[in-house]
Design a protein around this ligand. Structure first.
Ligand SMILES: CSCCC(=O)C(=O)COP(=O)(O)O
Ligand SMILES: [Mg+2]
Length: 239
C-alpha cells in the first residue's frame, strides 16, 4: 500500500527499520562482546570509558564493580538486547573503531538507500534517532555497502543527547533542536512504544513492518504502516 505523508523531515530508527536486527545481533554484538575486556582494562582511564563504567556501577548499584564484573553486566545486557546507555556508549567506541579499520560494513535493507536519496533530493531533511550511540550511528552511515551516506543526514540523536526513545519529551527535544515543527516531523520505527511516544509529542508516525523483525507481529496501535520505505511518499509543505 502506498502512503503519502506531509512532512519536512524524516527521523529514522535503525535496528528493525533501516537495517536488520539480525545483522546487529549476529555481527555487531559479538564484535563488541569480544572486545569489552580489553576496553575495560586497558582503556579505563579514557574519559568516555571511565564515565560509562561509572554509569554501569550506578545502574547496577555496585559501586565497587571491577572491570570483570562490569564486563559480565554488559554481556548480560547484550543477551537481553537491553538498550542501556553506557552499554551503547561502549559499543559505539568499539564499533566505530571497527568500521574505521574496515572490519565492519553496515547493513541497510534494499529499499532504504534509494528512498533516502529520493527524499533528500526533494529537500526533505533526514535525521537519525537510535539507541545506538551517535558515534555508532556516524560509523554506521559512513561505512555502508553503498559508500558514505552521512552527507544525507542533518543530525544524529541517541538516548544521551535526546533521552529515552519511549518518552514523548525526547521527541519534543529533538524537534526543538532540529528546528522543525512537531507536525512536520515523520518518525519511522519498528517499535510501537517509540511510535506512541512520537505521536504523543505531535509527530507523524509510520510503523515499519518487515517480516522476521521482532515487532513484526504486533498490532499497528493506530499508526500508519509500511512494509518498505518505497511505499512512502514524503511531501514537503508547498509554499
Ligand atoms: C548503529 S546503531 C547499532 C544498533 C544498536 O545497537 C541499537 O541499539 C539500535 O537500536 P534502535 O533504537 O535503532 O532500534
Ligand atoms: Mg528499532
Amino acid at each position: 500500500m502506498r502512503l503519502r505523508i506531509e512532512a519536512d523531515a524524516v527521523v529514522l530508527d535503525i535496528e528493525g527499520t533501516t537495517s536488520a536486527t539480525g545483522f546487529v545481533v549476529d555481527v555487531l554484538y559479538p564484535y563488541s562482546r569480544a572486545r569489552f575486556a580489553a576496553l575495560l582494562t586497558e582503556r579505563a582511564g579514557e574519559p568516555a570509558v571511565a564515565r560509562a563504567m561509572a554509569r554501569v556501577r550506578e545502574l547496577t548499584g555496585e559501586p565497587d564493580a571491577d572491570a570483570v564484573r562490569i564486563e559480565k553486566t554488559l554481556n548480560a545486557w547484550l543477551d537481553e538486547d537491553r538498550k542501556a546507555t553506557p552499554l551503547k556508549t561502549l559499543q559505539g567506541i568499539v564499533w566505530s573503531e571497527g568500521f574505521a579499520r574496515g572490519d565492519l560494513v553496515s547493513h541497510f535493507y534494499d529499499d532504504v538507500v534509494p528512498a533516502l536519496r529520493t527524499w533528500h533530493a526533494a529537500g526533505v531533511r533526514l535525521y537519525v534517532y537510535s539507541s545506538g550511540s551517535v558515534a555508532a550511528q556516524r560509523a554506521w552511515f559512513s561505512s555502508t555497502p553503498e559508500g558514505d551516506l552521512l552527507p544525507l543526514v542533518s543530525g544524529l540523536y541517541d538516548t544521551e543527547n535526546a533521552g529515552p526513545k519511549q518518552e514523548p519529551e525526547s521527541y519534543r527535544r529533538i524537534a526543538a533542536t532540529a528546528g522543525v515543527a512537531a507536525d512536520r516531523l515523520l518518525f519511522l520505527s519498528d517499535r510501537p512504544a517509540e511510535l506512541d511516544a512520537a505521536r504523543e509529542a505531535g509527530w507523524r508516525t509510520v510503523g515499519i513492518r518487515r517480516p522476521g523483525e521482532p515487532y513484526y507481529g504486533q498490532g499497528a496501535g493506530g499508526h500508519a504502516q509500511a512494509g518498505t520505505f518505497d511505499e512512502i511518499t514524503v511531501a514537503r509543505r508547498s509554499t
